[in-house]
Design a protein around this ligand. Structure first.
Ligand code: BES
Ligand code: MN
Ligand code: ZN
Length: 485
C-alpha cells in the first residue's frame, strides 16, 4: 500500500482525482465555505436523513454531481486522531471489497490534520485490509485498494508525510505481530519465532542471537526450563538488538512472553476456548513488531528484545504442582500451579536483561485472565512503581491510540506469594490475580527501572473476528521513539 499526501490546490476537493474521496465530516452541522457540489451533496443527505453527525456514521454516494471522484464517502468524525481512525475504518469497510484502487481522504469541519491524523489514517487502512492467509490461502485478499492519499494544504505537507512514514512503520510492525500471533501453535513454534527474528534481523539490520537448551541450562534458567520440560518442541531464548545510537547509550529492553501454546500443563485448562492459547505469545509478537517498526524508522535509539519461547504442555516429563525450581536469579520458586507459567519464563528473562545495563526494561505478557476481568479488552494493564516511567508509557499509549491503564503494586500484595518450601510460590490466589503476578515479576527487577504490561485482554480478539490485534506495538514504538536522541 502506498501512502502519500496530495495537495487539493485550486480545484479543491471536488477536483481530487481518485477512485473514491472519503471526507471525514466533523462538527454538528454542514461546515461553512464548502464547495457548492459538496455542500449540495451533504445537505441533501442530511435532509433525507441518510447522514448524521454521529461518530462513524457512513454514507457512500456514487457519481455525485460536480465531484470528480466516482465514489464520495461521507463519514462523521470529531476532529481528533482517534475520530479519524474510527471514521477511516468505517469508510474503508464500506469500500475495501470494491473497485477502489486509489482512495483520497480529507478532513473538514475541524482544524487541519496533523501528523497524528496521518498516522491514524495509515493504522486504520492497514488494520482494515489485513487478511490472514498463511493456513487459509483461499481467504480473499483485500481487493483493489493500492494507494491512499491524505488531502492537505502545502504548509502541512512535510509534517503529514512524517506522520505517514511513522504510521507505515508502526503498521508494518503491527502486521508482523498479528501474523505471528495468528499462526496456529503447530506453525508458530518457538523455532518459528526464532526464525522470524532472524528474518527481521536480515531485512532490517538487527543482531539476532538464539540460545538453545544447552546454553540455557548452563546459564541456570531453572524456571524457564521447568515450563518447557513437558514439551517435545525445543525451547528458544531469543535476543534481538537494534543499535541506532552510540554503543555507550543504555538500551531500552523489551521482554516478551513467548508461550507458543499454553495448555496449562499438569494444571490443565478447560477445553473451551483453549485454542486461543496459541495467542499466548502475543508479548513476544509485540517485541518483534516493535523491533520491526523501530528498525524500519532507523530510530536513533538502542533497543534489545528478549523472548523466552516454549510450549506449556502436560506430559510424563512435565513439571508438577509442588515442584521447586531455582531461577537464574538464584531465588527458588514453588510451582503451585503449572498454568502460571508466564511469570516463570519471564523471571529468568528479566534477570538476563541485567547484563544489558538497561535504561529501562518493559515486559509485555498475556499474563493473567484476571487482567481481562479487571480491564476488559480496551486498555492494557500497566504495572510500574516509577511514576515518571508510568507517565511516559501511559502517554505513549494515548498518543498511539493503544491505551493502557495503571494498576497498583503495593508491597501488601506481595504476601500472597509466601511459600513454606521456597522463596516464593508462583501463584497468590484468585483475588487480585493480575497484581500478584506483577508482584512476582517485581522480585526479579530490582536492578533497573521496570514496567510490566499485561496484554491478556488486548493482544487478540475472540468471536467472529478472532485474531491477533498487534497490540501494543503502537504504544511501545511511541515509547521507544520518545526516548530516541
Ligand atoms: N496465558 C494465561 C493467561 C490468560 C488466560 C490470558 C486467559 C488470556 C485469557 C496464563 O498463563 C494463565 O494461565 N494464567 C493463570 C494464572 C493463574 C493460574 C494464577 C490465569 O490467569 O488463570
Ligand atoms: Mn497459563
Ligand atoms: Zn500463559
Amino acid at each position: 500500500m502506498d501512502f502519500k499526501t496530495q495537495i487539493a490546490g485550486a480545484t479543491g476537493l471536488t477536483g481530487v482525482a481518485a477512485d473514491a474521496l472519503l471526507i471525514v465530516v466533523c462538527g454538528d452541522a454542514a461546515p461553512t465555505g464548502l464547495e457548492p457540489a459538496l455542500d449540495a451533496a451533504l445537505k441533501a443527505a442530511l435532509a433525507d436523513g441518510d447522514f448524521r453527525f454521529k461518530a462513524g456514521h457512513t454514507l457512500v454516494l456514487h457519481g455525485a454531481a460536480g465531484v470528480k471522484a466516482r465514489r464520495l464517502v461521507l463519514v462523521a468524525g470529531d476532529g481528533s486522531a482517534k475520530g479519524m481512525r474510527k471514521a477511516v475504518s468505517a469508510g474503508v469497510a464500506a469500500l475495501k471489497t470494491g473497485g477502489t484502487r486509489h482512495l483520497a481522504v480529507a478532513l473538514i469541519g475541524a482544524d487541519a490534520p496533523g501528523p497524528d491524523h496521518a498516522e491514524a489514517l495509515v493504522a486504520a487502512v492497514q488494520e482494515s485490509v489485513y487478511v490472514y492467509r498463511h493456513t487459509k490461502p483461499s481467504a480473499t485478499a483485500a481487493a483493489a485498494l493500492a494507494k491512499v492519499s491524505l488531502v492537505c494544504d502545502k504548509p502541512q505537507q512535510a509534517s503529514l508525510n512524517a506522520g505517514l512514514r511513522r504510521g507505515e512503520a508502526i503498521a508494518a510492525g503491527v502486521a508482523t505481530a498479528r501474523e505471528c500471533a495468528n499462526r496456529p501453535g503447530n506453525h508458530c513454534t518457538p523455532g518459528h519465532l526464532s526464525s522470524e527474528a532472524k528474518r527481521l534481523g536480515k531485512a532490517f539490520g538487527l543482531q539476532v542471537e538464539v540460545l538453545e537448551r544447552k546454553q540455557i541450562e548452563k546459564l541456570g534458567m531453572g524456571a524457564f526450563l521447568a515450563v518447557a520440560q513437558g514439551s517435545d518442541e525445543p525451547l528458544k531464548f531469543i535476543v534481538a538488538r537494534w543499535q541506532g545510537a552510540a554503543k555507550s547509550v543504555a538500551p531500552v529492553v523489551l521482554v516478551g512472553k513467548g508461550i507458543t501454546f499454553d495448555t496449562g500443563g499438569i494444571s490443565i485448562k478447560p477445553a473451551g476456548e483453549m485454542d486461543e492459547m496459541k495467542f499466548d505469545m502475543g508479548g513476544a509478537a509485540s517485541v518483534l513488531g516493535t523491533l520491526h517498526a523501530v528498525a524500519q524508522m532507523k530510530a536513533k535509539v538502542n533497543l534489545v528484545g528478549i523472548i523466552p519461547a516454549c510450549e506449556n504442555m502436560p506430559s510424563g516429563s512435565a513439571v508438577k504442582p509442588g515442584d521447586v525450581v531455582t531461577s537464574l536469579s538464584g531465588q527458588t520458586i514453588e510451582i503451585l500451579n503449572t498454568d502460571a507459567e508466564g511469570r516463570l519464563v519471564l523471571c529468568d528473562a528479566l534477570t538476563y536483561a541485567e547484563r544489558f545495563k538497561p535504561a529501562v526494561v518493559v515486559d509485555i505478557a498475556t499474563l493473567t485472565g484476571a487482567c481481562v476481568i479487571a480491564l476488559g479488552h480496551h486498555r492494557s494493564g500497566l504495572f510500574c512503581a516509577d511514576d515518571a516511567l508510568a507517565g511516559e508509557l501511559l502517554a505513549a499509549g494515548d498518543a498511539a491510540l493503544d491505551p493502557a491503564w495503571r494498576m497498583p503494586l503495593d508491597e501488601e500484595y506481595d504476601e500472597a506469594l509466601k511459600s513454606n518450601f521456597a522463596d516464593m510460590g508462583n501463584v497468590g490466589g484468585r483475588a487480585g490475580g493480575a497484581v500478584t503476578a506483577a508482584m512476582f515479576l517485581k522480585r526479579y527487577t530490582g536492578k533497573y527501572r521496570w514496567a510490566h504490561l499485561d496484554i491478556a485482554g488486548t493482544a487478540w480478539k475472540s468471536g467472529v473476528n478472532k485474531g491477533g490485534t498487534g497490540r501494543p506495538v503502537a504504544l511501545l514504538t511511541h515509547f521507544v521513539l520518545g526516548r530516541a536522541g
